[in-house]
Design a protein around this ligand. Structure first.
Ligand code: BES
Ligand code: ZN
Length: 613
């Protein structure tokens, strides 16, 4: 069966799903969802029809018109650890099929937080993270970004909770109180103490953008199309509202650069600290880590990034994860253009510099697996979570910046707008982009080696480090540290988190333990409220075998679940020779902390530990 995507069982000879109608009953005590999913296909089909699933218990597949059960087979659990289990249903000219199923408490997309794991400590919370290939652990679907779907969803939840989705909210039914704005005619479904929240997503989206959260949620109004939501804790909501006050201005800047904002709302949801990413670009409602709320408006960079995805990623989507750079490289470029306008050129240069450092390091990290230093790469048999790196972001950014330098900013801006208008609501691959580029910028291939950039390994010779006085000063101070000089107070008096991050990341990988202590005695980096700074410092301390900070490492790994912090800290602990004690420490830490990590983060840390044990 010809596959359209190495990460999906979707068969290119089958019709595609165009709409899914979902009904979910959230059972918090068992951390499961009892569910039905009605898939509508682009055409009637006879014979085998295959969808993706992972850890779902499917009790029946039914023809929704005749109510006749449709035969189906579920692949054995162990057959493919990366893809999950193919479900093959035998159809006879149906264009709709109804799955009746239940999720597992170990669903890889879902984190179920018990009341003690929440901020309020009194009620439970659950949220999704579907990118890259986890939507299939919530409902059976053709889980490939090549196939876009519209959907509707009814979420049946305890009445004292509320639900949000990356979709339009259409109704909340509270049948028991009789005050609902929509009657419920099914007493079982809307029984006492339950509420049904209804949503629709009328724009076709890749399945990885499916998202919800259920908990005791509150919100603050930020602008005409933006609210910020989080657990209903007034101080948290106030801090979030201050941090993200500039959202509307940013949307307007984005529209000026890339064309109209097509998603109507741009709401933000601040998740508990276990959220595994900095941000996730779920349409209409971006999901964010609370670690970006630092009280200094620096969370704006993450918001700029997720907002930029509204054009690059959500409007134009990579066809498969092998072309992930089309999502993240374009978004990193777009993010920095927004940052340049909103926060100034100097800020953008620092971001480019931090990104450059990350790229150099990841290319080094992949030196035995150069495939993943290519923009377009082969992911047959590969779990995309295992090869996540800054390469698609930063090499992608560098490629687009290179094109901008070649043709000039005005021409590149015009090209970008045209590209977005041409491919919006489509899923495309690298070749489609290159063909469009060559057609619209004739002769570009005579100046830029497009094949080297997209198919070659490592960093091309015409990539470029950014330049500015402040950037150069920070790098030269980092260089002087080699001869033992710590910057004096005057030199760092106007440094914020990003300046410190850039400085620490440009220090040698490992230094004398006494130097680690001296630097911290002066600037208290281990106590920074900014996790970027704190984690960069703790990573340096571990690599320098300075064990004084292991308590702080333990505290950090137990209070956050963002993989950007877990990866370097766990890796620094277990990597390299003579690390027996650190390995025992890391293992203990993981055992104690893992129930607080999202399943995706658990998997990533397990892989790091397994590689080095
Ligand atoms: N879409 C990504 C997060 C993601 C990538 C989730 C791959 C799952 C698989 C999101 O837009 C992102 O890049 N987040 C960054 C933000 C940063 C670049 C500003 C993050 O989480 O660190
Ligand atoms: Zn992104």
């Amino acid at each position: 069966m010809p596959r359209v995507d190495p990460h999906s069982y979707t068969d290119s000879t089958h019709p595609v799903t165009t709409h899914i109608s979902l009904s979910f009953y959230f059972d918090f005590p068992s951390s499961t969802i009892l569910a039905t999913a009605l898939l509508s296909l682009s055409a009637p089909h006879s014979g085998a029809f295959t969808v993706d699933s992972r850890s779902l218990s499917i009790s029946a597949v039914v023809d929704p018109v005749t109510f006749v059960a449709l035969p189906f087979t579920l692949e054995p659990v162990s057959s493919d650890a990366v893809l999950g289990q193919a479900v093959t249903v035998t159809l006879s000219n149906q264009s709709q099929l109804l799955f009746i199923f239940k999720t597992s408490p170990s669903s890889s997309a879902l984190q179920w937080l018990s009341p003690p794991q929440t901020f309020n400590k009194s009620v439970p919370f659950v949220y999704t993270q579907c990118q890259a290939i986890h939507a299939r652990s919530i409902f059976p679907c053709q889980d490939t970004p090549a196939a876009r779907i519209k959907y509707s969803a009814k979420l049946n939840i305890p009445q004292y909770l509320s639900a949000v989705m990356a979709a339009r909210h259409v109704n909340r039914r509270d049948p028991v109180s009789g005050e609902s704005n929509g009657a419920c005619d099914d007493s079982l479904w809307c029984g006492e103490g339950r509420t049904v929240e209804e949503f629709v997503m009328e724009q076709p989206v890749p399945p990885y953008l499916f998202a919800f959260a259920v908990g005791e949620l509150g919100f603050r109004e930020l602008g005409p199309r933006t609210k910020v939501y989080s657990e209903a804790v007034p101080e948290m909501l106030d801090a979030a509202a201050r941090e993200f006050a500039g959202a509307e201005e940013m949307i307007k800047v984005g529209e000026g650069l890339f064309g109209p904002y097509d998603w109507e709302r741009f709401d933000l949801l601040v998740l508990p600290p276990s959220f595994p990413y900095g941000g996730m670009e779920n349409p209409r409602m971006v999901f964010l880590t609370p670690t970006v709320i630092k009280g200094d408006a620096s969370g704006a960079q993450v918001v700029a990034h997720e907002l930029a995805h509204s054009w690059t990623g959500n409007l134009i989507t990579n066809k498969t994860n092998e072309h992930f750079w089309l999502n993240e490289g374009f978004t990193t470029y777009a993010e920095r253009r927004i940052v340049e306008i909103v926060q100034g050129k100097e800020r953008a240069v620092l971001n480019i510099g931090i990104g450059w450092r990350g790229l150099v390091e990841d290319v080094e990290r992949f030196k035995d697996n150069m495939e993943f230093t290519k923009l377009k790469n082969n992911q047959q048999g590969i779990d995309p979570d295992d090869v996540y790196s800054s390469v698609p972001y930063e090499k992608g950014y560098q490629f687009l910046w290179r094109i901008e330098r070649q043709i000039g900013r005005p021409a590149f801006d015009e090209f970008l707008k045209k590209y977005i208008a041409a491919f919006k609501f489509q899923s495309i691959d690298t070749e489609t982009f290159l063909d469009f580029l060559k057609a619209n910028v004739p002769g570009i291939e005579d100046h830029i080696d497009l094949k080297l950039w997209t198919e070659g390994t490592g960093i091309p010779p015409d990539a470029m480090e950014p330049a500015s006085d402040i950037y150069a000063k920070i790098l030269s101070l980092a260089n002087e540290f080699k001869s033992g000089r710590i910057p004096n107070e005057d030199e760092v008096s106007n440094w914020g988190g990003q300046e410190w991050e850039l400085y620490i990341e440009n220090l040698p990988k490992s230094i004398e333990a006494s130097q680690v202590l001296a630097l911290d005695a002066r600037y208290r980096l281990s106590e920074s409220k900014d996790y970027e700074v704190k984690v960069a410092f703790l990573q340096l301390a571990i690599s320098s075998r300075c064990s004084n900070y292991y308590n702080e490492v333990e505290k950090t790994l137990k209070e956050v679940g963002r993989m950007k912090y877990l990866r370097p800290l766990y890796t620094a602990l277990v990597q390299g020779p003579g690390k027996e004690e650190e390995k025992i420490f890391a293992k203990r830490l993981f055992l104690e902390a893992c129930s607080c990590y999202h399943p995706i983060a658990q998997g990533v840390v397990e892989a790091i530990l397994a590689k080095h044990m």
